[in-house]
Design a binder for this molecule. Structure first.
Ligand code: NAD
Length: 355
């Protein structure tokens, strides 16, 4: 498939190929949709097997950002960047050169951290352009997004409880958390403070010990987390964990957690969950707290405002589950429609020229 056909397939606005051989930079910036605002999305550094793989990844991820920002109600469009190369070879010059390419877009794309990129890399980009987010809190940035992401997940879980049991009350409910790293740890903390019982699985003994020592709870191994006798399964580890092998194992009536791309196949696995009557909070809706946090940095808002905005994920998740019910569709399709409807409506407004 040609690159223009791929752009049309995902409905992208623009793609920028960036090359500076002197500093070993090969990067692609994809701007999916800027109807709602500048395209914001992280910059991933990865040694892709082929250029085609890099193009596919950046197109897929940037489109996802459009939907995430739209459902979260932010004035942001969707974009993403990938730098092709071995993370072991990254340099200051490479990120500064990349920063100059971002500068050339004059604010149509704003970057952030992603896989294999760090606060330090963002600081190098910032030496060349202001269109970058994600510096350390000590440098006036929004700092670690995990507490905000987890706070949004906590409220998303409350929404699922209300839809399923008629009350958002967390006390006395059991939540099984898969992955107690950054997001999972903070989610466990909020749930524990609210009186929930916790079950965990993780491949990191250190992270499991930290969680059990601070919040109590039970540890299970590997796949046992899917079979846990609980009210909510909260995937907070890696993508693709919900698939034809694991979905039949799930006992919880609710799946709501912070991991990205939880469904191995959005259509097939979304249908399987709906058929089983499991309330699934679409990941990009419930984990939007990280994006809300970065948005607050752009706006100069304090952390408290980011936290209260993340808490509004309660209403968003409830609305999406109810929409899926009334339209007899999956929650993922309902969420996608909410995003598309907002972009369409605001797009009409944008036709009105304001000098
Ligand atoms: P992290 O690396 O800090 O935590 C992940 C945890 O999952 C680790 O403790 C790891 O040991 C564990 N893990 C990995 N594979 C596992 C497996 N097979 N079974 C059980 N546990 C496993 O990462 P994080 O920042 O907490 O992010 C977790 C997920 O949330 C990722 O999918 C990430 O993309 C998504 N997310 C994070 C944020 C954020 O603010 N950090 C925002 C949005 C989405």
């Amino acid at each position: 498939m040609s690159i223009f056909e791929q752009l049309a397939g995902y409905d992208h606005e623009q793609i920028l190929f960036c090359r500076n051989d002197d500093v070993g930079l090969r990067a692609i910036i994809a701007i999916h949709n800027t109807t709602l605002g500048p395209a914001l999305g992280g910059c991933r550094l990865y040694d892709y097997p082929s250029e085609q793989d890099a193009v596919r990844d950046v197109l897929r991820l940037s489109r996802g950002m459009t939907y995430k920002a739209a459902v979260a109600g932010l004035d942001l469009g969707g974009g993403k960047a990938v730098i092709l190369g071995d993370p072991a070879n990254k340099t200051e010059a490479m990120f500064r050169a990349f920063g100059r390419h971002i500068a050339s877009l004059q604010g149509r794309y704003i970057t952030a951290e992603d896989m294999n990129t760090s606060v330090e890399d963002m600081d190098n980009i910032r030496r060349e352009t202001k269109f970058v987010t994600g510096s350390a809190a000590a440098h006036g940035g929004s700092g670690d997004p995990s507490p905000v992401t987890a706070w949004g997940c906590f409220h998303g879980i409350r929404a699922c409880l209300e839809v399923t049991y008629g009350s958002p009350e967390v006390a006395g409910r059991t939540v099984a958390i898969q992955g107690v790293g950054n997001v999972g740890y903070w989610l466990a903390k909020y749930l524990h403070q609210a009186g929930a019982k916790l079950v965990y699985a993780d491949i990191s003994r250190r992270n499991l010990t930290r969680a059990t020592e601070e919040f109590g709870g039970t540890v299970v191994e590997g796949d046992e987390i899917y079979k846990a006798n609980c009210d909510v399964l909260a995937p907070c580890a890696i993508g693709g964990t919900l698939n034809p092998r694991t979905i039949p194992l799930v006992r919880a009536p609710i799946i709501a957690g912070g991991a990205n791309n939880q469904l191995d196949d959005e259509g097939r696995d979304g249908e399987a969950l709906a058929t089983r009557g499991i309330a699934f909070a679409p990941d990009y809706v419930i984990n939007a707290g990280g994006l809300i946090n970065v948005y607050s940095e752009l706006k100069g808002y304090p952390r408290e405002k980011a936290m209260s905005d993340a808490a509004s994920i309660f209403n968003t998740v409830k609305r999406i589950i109810n929409k899926a019910k009334s339209e007899s569709t999956t929650t993922v399709r309902a969420a996608n429609r909410v995003a598309e409807e907002r972009i369409e409506q605001v797009g009409k407004l944008r036709r009105l020229h304001v000098p």
